[in-house]
Ligand binder design. Sequence first.
Ligand code: GDD
Ligand code: MG
Length: 337
Amino acid sequence: MKAIILIGGLGTRLRPLTCGTPKPLLPVLNKPFILYQIELLKKYGINEIVFCLAYLSEEFKRFFGTGKKYGIKIHYAIEKSPLGTGGAIRNAAKFIDSSALIMNGDVFSYVNLKDLVNFHKRNNAKATITLVKVPDPCHYGLVETASDGRIKRFLEKPSVDEITCDTINAGVYLFEPEIFDKIPGDTVYSVERGLFPKLLEEKSRFYAYIYSDYWIDIGTTEKYLKVHRDLMERFALKTPDKIGKGVEVNGRVITGKNVKIGSFTRISGFVCLGDNVRVGKGCSLSDCVVRNGSRISDNCDVKTALIGQGCVIENNVTINPGCAIGDGTVIRKYSKV
Ligand code: GDD
Ligand code: MG
């Protein structure tokens, strides 16, 4: 079976981090996010993957090439301009001749793909989507199902008064090849707003597979920080032994290669530092991600924030909760942002 990964979105809710790096290549615990998805696919024997690309497609090609280094074969389906989730899938149809697995490129999960395939076959389904329960369905595609697993209603980004259940589209689908023919070619089209309601109208065999383990869409700055926190906890990652003389750690920290942290710096909560990051003396870092090559000078205070690549944070700077600092930013001494 082949998989299709949708990775052509602009990642607007993760700007400025996505200005130079597409969302699926942003690191999570210092590893490009999409590699977690590829690991999941490989675990279930799926080694041939179609990448649906639009935004920053060259970055993916540069990183993956043919995919051989990662033990996969990649087909590139590149849109001239973004065609939406449906248009992107349609554009990948040329590589598909049997049932195909489709994934949003920004969801982390442990979906049992073998179970999903069996469920799909058992129901003789034409399309199956995976659902997960969340407390805030309005940010997702709300899905109502019948007791036999058939989908009754699909409503993308419902308003608060339209919420009737807590199950949402987890962004992991299984389509029979004929489903691809239902999507118009070469035009912007959304599976969520176009295809799924259409399948319901046509009374197609459209089913929901329920998943209940860890799931997250990393598409906002809050969620991107949260996935770091959750995975550090879940994998029980240990703070490296040689973290720096006189550094106080009260939580978890992971570091890339060649990281240096000055004395009297305090680290709390969940902190992830990329390769070649420098942190000065007397700083306080709490719940933050700092990408490769950034420098934080002495006596800085960084809380619940994201710092892009190659930034220079001069001494005595305060970075307040919710800040996302773009690649290459210089913040002058004593600034409060
Ligand atoms: N190739 C291509 N072209 N990919 C695209 C395009 C496009 O024009 N637009 C979006 N994508 C990709 C994104 O890169 C992302 O991986 C995926 O499609 C979903 O797009 P998002 O922009 O992240 O959508 P969302 O998070 O608001 O909602 C979607 O995901 C939710 C689950 O996380 C929907 O599928 C919801 O129904 C769902 O609940
Ligand atoms: Mg998303």
